[in-house]
Design a protein around this ligand. Structure first.
Ligand SMILES: Cc1cc2nc3c(=O)[nH]c(=O)nc-3n(C[C@H](O)[C@H](O)[C@H](O)COP(=O)(O)OP(=O)(O)OC[C@H]3O[C@@H](n4cnc5c(N)ncnc54)[C@H](O)[C@@H]3O)c2cc1C
Length: 241
């Protein structure tokens, strides 16, 4: 084991894979058990930097970790769950396809700003498969009285998966990649139905995040604090944080 791996393992939290389940045509659910869960001050929207290329000397340092949202956390059982989509076919995909229960995993908690915010009356959730678990946990942690509308898209209806509770709070759409125009067309029918103070969460493909942020700001004049956006991946980059 090289010096870099030794340092990575010391710096990161350690856990084991408890279960691995294929939950749709292209998504795996991974449940991780770790002592680091017990005392962690978790806020819905936090994510992990997960070691996916550790102990593989040929993999560069930047390809040793990938970001995955915490889909669920159970402090009593010291477990977290994540949902990993495989459309990227990168090192993260290879990791999830080959990992197995009882494997050791290394991760780091990340907070970010794409967090639950209960201050609005109605919410719009927009994203692709990579963002679905993140939008699920945000939505589950909003107060009961909120109106929630959504556009979750993928190229294939068999890609989608239900929330960890078995609920289906979102609307799924079959759309081609980078479908900003098709989303805006759908939004024109949804936005007039939103009640009270509104907020939108947009995540996933960076091109969609940029186009829709512009649409909400410039076309609809929504204020910055109403628009929560986080690019999860960019077609020209690998391992976007
Ligand atoms: C805060 C945050 C939270 C995230 N949470 C999740 C999560 O819970 N589940 C999840 O699946 N992903 C999540 N992602 C996205 C994930 O980190 C990226 O998709 C990552 O690039 C996948 O790594 P990879 O090694 O498989 O592919 P990479 O080597 O990084 O990328 C290979 C190629 O695939 C493209 N690509 C990357 N992601 C996708 C995609 N989803 N669809 C199509 N093409 C893609 C890249 O642009 C690149 O061209 C999150 C990202 C961030 C920033």
């Amino acid at each position: 084991m090289g010096l870099v791996e030794t340092i990575i393992k010391k710096v990161l939290e350690k856990g084991i894979i408890l279960t691995k389940t294929k939950i749709s045509d292209s998504v795996y659910k991974i449940q991780i058990k770790s002592d680091a869960v017990i005392n962690y001050d978790f806020v819905p929207g936090h994510f992990l930097r997960l070691g996916v290329g550790i102990d593989q000397d040929e993999i560069s340092l930047k390809d040793k970790v990938r970001s995955y949202s915490v889909w669920d956390i159970n402090k009593e059982n010291s477990t977290i769950a994540i949902a990993i989509a495989t459309h990227s076919k990168g090192i993260g995909t290879k990791w999830v396809e080959t990992c197995k229960p009882n494997d050791t995993v290394y991760f780091k908690w990340k907070k970010g700003k794409f967090l639950v915010d209960d201050s609005a009356d109605s919410y719009l959730m927009i994203g692709d498969l990579s963002a679905l678990s993140h939008l699920y946990i945000i939505s589950r942690n909003l107060s009961d009285n909120k109106q929630i509308e959504s556009i979750i898209y993928s190229e294939n209806m068999d890609d989608f998966f239900l929330d960890i509770t078995g609920a289906k709070p979102f609307d799924f759409y079959e759309m081609s990649q980078n479908p900003s125009n098709a989303i805006i067309e759908k939004l024109e029918g949804i936005i007039p139905k939103l009640k009270g103070n509104t907020m939108v969460y947009i995540a996933g493909d960076s091109r969609v995040c940029v186009a829709l942020t512009n649409y909400f700001r410039k076309e609809l004049n929504w204020a910055t604090k109403q628009i929560k956006t986080k690019p999860f991946w960019n077609p020209d980059k690998k391992g976007l944080e």
